[in-house]
Design a binder for this molecule. Structure first.
Ligand SMILES: *[C@@H]1O[C@H](CO)[C@@H](O)[C@H](O)[C@H]1NC(C)=O
Length: 341
């Protein structure tokens, strides 16, 4: 998480807002207690092989960020995980369940190339996306498989059920963020998408761009946190898991009314494809049924809701058949679901 990168003024305003919210919250309900063994903040241990695209990005042997495998040799992550495009010291660990102890299904690769989005802005976190090329392709197993990516024009209505996974902190707290207990098992947490309009109102109008997507429980207590950065947020469409977001930033972790902010994967289909010439990742159009409650949400400072006439079917053009290359490649990320429940 990028709490440190928050502009000071915005931070102070938010702190005041947060204080107010906390005071009100306290009067309404008892404080939420998080058991220390539940990490990613409010999550639980992920069964082995349930999120086979999850990778751990490590530098000089230590976990730094998460990422997701999109084909045999490319991983996507967040730009803020990198201070440069130097690949020195970086390793990508795949098929991993625990950060410590036994990992029978783990395979690792060094990094051949780090590509940061050219318009990544470290102040606003806009375009917080990176592409990493493995030193050599991996063989898929039950524990190592690519995820499908949300294609351009995908729609994630407010409330869309999503999962975030990672080895990040249990609890916010800068340098002293509480890490996972031994053996540091991958954590998963279920969070609903929160529409961009409402997310802007809660986080501060202007903080959430069209290149971002938010998720979180308004009551707080469930979120991604430091160390989860770069990792995937996914939603299931039919039998297919589609990555909608990349863990990017948040004001603290799991605080009430401060949903986490993720890079919106569907905005980067052509950028991603421009670097991957063969064996393109599988892009899947994610759809939501019915109108999005967020489209009418408003608050001071936010442009008024766009009034859409209900005569036309939709403002978004339907997926055209000119998309056939991506439709074809999407088969590559459609595997039987191994998620044990
Ligand atoms: C969005 O969904 C959340 C529940 O996940 C709900 O609390 C909130 O009111 C919804 N927003 C709108 C604008 O309906």
């Amino acid at each position: 998480m990028l709490t440190a990168a928050t502009p000071v003024l915005v931070y102070h305003l938010l702190s005041l807002l947060l204080l107010l919210v906390l005071v009100l919250q306290h009067q309404l309900q008892p404080p939420i207690h998080h058991p220390l063994n539940q990490v990613i903040v409010g999550g639980e241990d992920a069964p082995p092989g349930s999120w086979p695209w999850q990778v751990s990005l490590q530098r000089f042997g230590g976990h730094v960020c998460g990422g997701s495998l999109v084909n045999r040799e490319w991983v996507i992550s967040a730009a803020h995980c990198f201070s440069s495009t130097s690949t020195s010291g970086w390793q990508i660990s795949l098929g991993r369940q625990n950060l410590q102890g036994n990992n029978p299904n783990e395979v690792s690769r060094t990094v051949a190339r780090i590509i940061l989005h050219p318009n990544y802005d470290s102040i606003t976190n806009n375009n917080d996306i990176a592409l990493l090329k493995l030193s050599s392709p991996v063989t898929f197993t039950d524990y190592i498989r690519p995820v499908c990516l949300a294609a351009g024009g995908s729609v994630f209505n407010n409330g869309t059920d999503s999962w975030v996974t990672g080895w990040g902190a249990v609890k916010e707290g800068g340098e002293s963020a509480l890490s996972l207990p031994f053996p540091e098992t991958l954590q998963e947490v279920e969070v609903p998408v929160l529409g961009n309009r409402q997310c802007n109102c809660l986080n501060g109008v202007g903080t959430v761009t069209d290149n971002m997507i938010c998720a979180g429980v308004l009551a707080g207590g469930k979120d991604s946190c430091q160390g989860d950065s770069g990792g995937p947020m996914v939603s299931k469409q039919g039998s297919v898991w589609v990555q909608s977001g990349i863990v990017s930033f948040g004001f603290g972790c799991a605080r009430p009314n401060l949903p986490g902010v993720y890079s919106r994967v569907s905005r980067y289909q052509s950028w991603i494809n421009s670097f991957i010439s063969s064996d393109k990742p599988g892009f899947v159009q994610f759809t939501s049924s019915g109108p999005d409650a967020d489209s009418s949400y408003t608050c001071p400072g936010l442009p008024p809701p766009v009034i859409t006439t209900t005569t036309g079917s939709s403002t978004t053009p339907p997926a055209t058949t000119t998309d056939s290359p991506s439709t074809e490649s999407s088969a590559k990320c459609k595997y039987p679901d191994y998620h044990v429940t």
